[in-house]
Ligand binder design. Structure first.
Ligand code: AMP
Length: 446
């Protein structure tokens, strides 16, 4: 199937072809005709499936083919609103809007917190057809009377599940109350939950429902491996792997902002150039780090889950989990940064013995046992399998072994509780399981 059979205008097809896409992805094949028909949409699709173009292309088509709208009393009006959970995702989506709409006469604007509000106010005085925003900063503008949402024809909630996890529900409700009743609503989520169901029930009118398969993390394009490592040797192992294998572009995930900063500092001491992006970094610092990483002048980007959410860095060759995530689904999101759009990639996890219960949860979720490897000189001083800990068995040193007894057999109550989180499938998620963990680390985006 080609893009030309989907009913999109020549200008849009030209932009898409120039971008190098030859045929629509499954979500695009289903969503584009549905959105063009004017229907509301409830779509389950993760980052990496081509979901951004699946709503952006028909949105651009719709707005550009109905030019009668878009002004009120001679003043230009905002016609489409795209809400995203994070600043990076907002920036990326708006970039796509510009790219796919480059042969159309439509203007877009992105607004998020952490940068000057005055510049955004200035831009809002001009023509804006499509506004891409994070909820917090949008409401700041609402409060200051600098944005008018009363002519919105299409609303897109991108990664709505993550917005709910981050505690944006009241902000979303407020924003909804400012929109005209008659409009088209497109709701995208990665993981279905009762909260999404409730949001969809109140928002959507006879929606078309689409769900593309959960990204198959066992795909040949992503080679996954576990490095069993001593807790105190993770940083040395990472530096060793970067040097040994000549990695020139690696995205490293840590669980905490503090851990990210510390790792950057330590890698710097090893003369490996690294920068971090996380919620405590200023927006210019985040943008700077991401730009350097994307253009190949930064070797290592260290990120927390929230900051990295939705990052689109094409053909990223290596993703490293310096810490395993607390929530198994985040493992899938993290490694989805590599091996994208057909390119091959490698996802490596440095797992110390404390993290074996988390590893067990991840393997349950992806229904796969990941291959283990120990690099000589960096291995754990215990030979214990995750299953042993998961089953609560005590480690017994082998006869004649001089290894110390397992300190890991004692799991903290927090870790033990985490082990219970293992939602098996997209429709089987335990609501709240992921949200509580994500919420803890989330930060309102103002
Ligand atoms: P997304 O799921 O929107 O984050 O997109 C993931 C990646 O797929 C982005 O790098 C897009 O540029 C790329 N992409 C989107 N649509 C297509 C397509 N039809 N063919 C090839 N790549 C695509």
């Amino acid at each position: 199937m080609s893009f030309s059979t989907l009913g999109l205008s020549n200008e849009i097809i030209r932009a898409v072809t120039e971008r190098g896409y030859t045929e629509p992805t499954p979500i695009q094949m289903q969503a584009i005709p549905a959105v063009l028909s004017g229907s509301d949409l409830l779509a389950g699709a993760q980052t990496g499936t081509g979901k951004t173009a699946s709503f952006t292309l028909p949105l651009l088509h719709r707005l550009s083919s109905d030019k009668s709208k878009g002004t009120s009393n001679g003043y230009p009006q905002i016609r489409a609103l795209i809400l995203t959970p994070t600043r990076e995702l907002a920036a990326q989506v708006e970039e796509s809007v510009r790219e796919y709409g480059k042969y159309l006469q439509l203007n877009s604007l992105v607004m998020f917190g952490g940068v000057s509000i005055n510049l955004q106010k200035q831009r809002l005085k001009g023509r804006v057809d499509i506004l891409v925003a994070t909820p917090g900063r949008l409401l700041d503008h609402v409060q200051q009377g600098t944005v008018n949402l009363s002519h919105i024809e299409v609303l897109v909630l991108d990664e709505a599940d993550r917005m709910l996890d981050m505690g944006f529900i009241n902000d979303i409700r407020r924003i909804l109350s400012l929109l005209p009743k008659k409009r088209q609503n497109l709701l995208f989520f990665a993981t279905f939950s009762d909260k999404i169901k409730a949001l969809a029930a109140g928002l959507l009118n006879h929606p078309t429902m689409i769900e593309v398969a959960r990204r198959n993390v066992t795909a040949d394009t992503i080679a996954q491996k576990i490095y069993q490592v001593d807790r105190d040797k993770k940083r040395q192992l990472l530096a060793h792997l970067i040097r040994r294998d000549n990695w020139y572009q690696v995205l490293v995930f840590t669980r905490t902002k503090y851990g990210a900063d510390r790792l950057v500092k330590q890698l710097g001491e090893d003369r490996i150039q690294a920068l971090a992006i996380h919620g405590n970094k200023s927006q210019p610092a985040r943008t700077h780090a991401l730009a350097k990483f994307k253009n190949g002048t930064l070797q290592v980007l260290v990120a927390t889950d929230i900051a990295a959410r939705g990052l689109d860095i094409s053909e990223l060759p290596h993703v490293v989990n310096f810490d395993l995530p607390n929530v198994p689904e985040d493992y899938v999101h993290r490694i989805g940064r590599t091996g994208r759009a057909g390119a091959s990639g490698e996802a490596l996890s440095l797992v110390c013995v404390d993290e074996y219960p988390l590893l067990t949860d991840i393997e349950k979720l992806i229904e796969q046992r990941l291959p283990r490897e120990v690099v000589a000189g960096f291995g754990p001083n215990l030979d214990i399998e995750p299953e042993a800990i998961a089953n609560g068995r005590q480690h017994r040193p082998k006869p004649g072994s001089d290894k110390r007894p397992a300190r890991t057999a004692k799991l903290s109550p927090e870790r033990s509780a985490k082990r219970k989180v293992a939602p098996p499938a997209i429709n089987g998620d335990k609501p709240g399981a992921r949200s509580s963990a994500s919420r803890r680390s989330a930060k309102r985006d103002r």
